[in-house]
Design a protein around this ligand. Structure first.
Ligand code: AMP
Ligand code: MG
Length: 315
């Protein structure tokens, strides 16, 4: 898939301050040396991302993570031991040498150890922590294969092809920077798993008074160009459209069956939305999943994908 020479070349590019698109188990990332502000500035330019949106720093292990923080609480140790490498980002008080541009001026830094072997190998070879948001233009759909990345950036950015992403949606984000942990973004690693690991209830950002603000949480995010509608009972809007369904099929120009299991659903969600978007139809209708905890990450991404249209048909 990816040769030793390609990995060495990518590691050298990163050390020299250039960008490389890399596979992770969540989505493909647009990577740069996290400790080089000029390199990180290229990420924002390339994505068209406002500098108010902090980046996640990817590390090869808890030891490297600790060097980026002022304080590494026992809860971080517990979660790292249990869930790293994996789709969990921890927000912690940042060490002074982490550039402000990485954290969008915040005093905290989001850190994750990815499990994709190519990402881990690359970070180890480069010997530096790597800042990487999803490898797409700002607010567009996240890429879950190398082709998606090439569609965004053409030949301008070298892409390491690590195959389709196993998780398929962005990491769960938890803040450990305040007096109590707060869930900032739901993901495939669930609130319940985190609560079991920490042996306590975890508040959800936005649902609690005085929640730790996360400037990255733009409402319009993860959206295809085609308007997305969440529907129940197969009630499709008028016109030509795609329909992502998992319980109830309906007459659609592009019917896309989805798995009834939330983990398998998440794995192919962006691929399905990319495919529907490419068909140049008038709408993408998505059968609304149940409002239960195991679907919360999928529902979060669907709501953001739909928000661009400003309407949600079928209630
Ligand atoms: P991504 O969109 O996958 O690049 O992930 C970036 C997201 O991680 C942001 O939208 C925030 O939700 C979260 N994040 C990263 N760093 C921080 C931070 N220092 N404080 C709060 N949230 C953060
Ligand atoms: Mg993104």
């Amino acid at each position: 898939m990816v040769s030793e020479q390609e990995l060495d070349r990518a590691a050298a590019l990163l050390r020299e301050g250039n960008l490389v698109a890399i596979p992770t188990e969540t989505v493909y990332g647009l990577a740069a040396n996290a400790l080089d502000p000029t390199a990180v500035a290229r990420i924002y330019e390339t994505k068209g991302r406002p500098s108010t949106s902090p980046l996640i720093v990817h590390v090869a292990g808890a030891e490297m993570a600790r060097t980026l923080t002022r304080h590494w609480p026992a809860e971080a140790e517990t979660l790292a031991a249990q869930f790293w490498p994996g789709p969990l980002t921890m927000v912690l008080p940042k060490a002074p040498h982490v550039p402000d541009i990485v954290t969008a001026g915040l005093d905290t830094v989001g850190i994750r150890m990815p499990s994709h072997p190519i990402a881990l190998d690359l970070i180890r070879r480069a010997g530096i922590p790597i800042a990487a948001p999803s490898a797409n233009r700002f607010t567009a759909l996240s890429p879950t294969n190398a082709q998606h990345v090439r569609e965004s950036f053409g030949d301008n950015i070298p892409v390491l092809d690590g195959g389709p992403c196993e998780v398929g949606i962005e990491s769960t984000v938890i803040s450990l920077a305040g007096p109590e942990p707060i869930l900032l973004r739901p993901g495939i690693l669930t609130l319940e798993q985190l609560e079991n690991a920490l042996q306590k209830k975890i508040a959800i950002a936005g649902k609690v008074e005085g929640a730790h603000p996360s400037p990255g949480m733009h409402h319009k995010h993860y959206a295809p160009r085609t308007p997305v509608y969440l529907v129940r009972d197969g009630q499709l809007p008028n016109g030509k459209g795609a329909y992502l369904w998992f319980r109830r099929s309906a007459d659609a120009d592009l019917p896309i069956p989805m798995p009834a299991d939330p983990i398998r659903y998440a794995r192919i969600l962006y691929e399905a939305l990319h495919r529907a978007d490419h068909a140049n139809l008038e709408f993408i209708a998505v059968e609304e999943p149940p409002q239960t905890p195991e679907w919360s990450a999928v529902n979060d991404r669907l709501t953001r994908a739909a928000s661009d249209a400003g309407l949600q048909a079928g209630g």
